[in-house]
Design a protein around this ligand. Structure first.
Ligand SMILES: [Zn+2]
Length: 123
């Protein structure tokens, strides 16, 4: 799962096949097929994050199956249950699964997306 974060707007949102940009218009993007995304914006402000899917799903499953953990964590003045952790990371600029461009691009329509389905990087 890929997410976009704008550190100027302090905003994080999940990328999808529908184009979206941060509220301040500093960057945006979308998936171009089921694996790869295209993102625009200043690489010092706009970052693409990844959730390790198996780790994320495992944390959700653990929460569903077992509920909250015992309160063993001191936060905001009281003991509270610790949230389940999962692996997330900053996707590096050199990653093949994200096409990065500086300039804003027009949303990629679903009809065009069908040509890129199958995991190949959008040219
Ligand atoms: Zn922004």
């Amino acid at each position: 799962m890929k997410l976009l974060t704008c550190i100027k707007c302090n905003e994080v949102f999940g990328l999808s096949h529908t184009y979206r940009e941060c509220v301040g218009g500093h960057g945006g993007g979308q998936y171009i097929d089921n694996l790869n995304a295209k993102v625009w914006g200043d690489p010092a402000r706009i970052f693409v994050l990844g959730f390790a899917n198996s780790s994320f799903v495992s944390a959700l499953r653990d929460q569903i199956d077992h509920g909250d953990q015992p309160a063993d964590f001191y936060y905001a003045g009281k003991m509270t249950p610790r949230g389940r952790e999962f692996t997330a990371f900053v996707i590096p600029a050199a990653a093949d699964s994200v096409e990065r461009v500086l300039e804003k691009f027009a949303p990629i329509e679903a009809a065009i997306l069908s040509y890129t389905a199958g995991g190949k990087k959008h040219a």
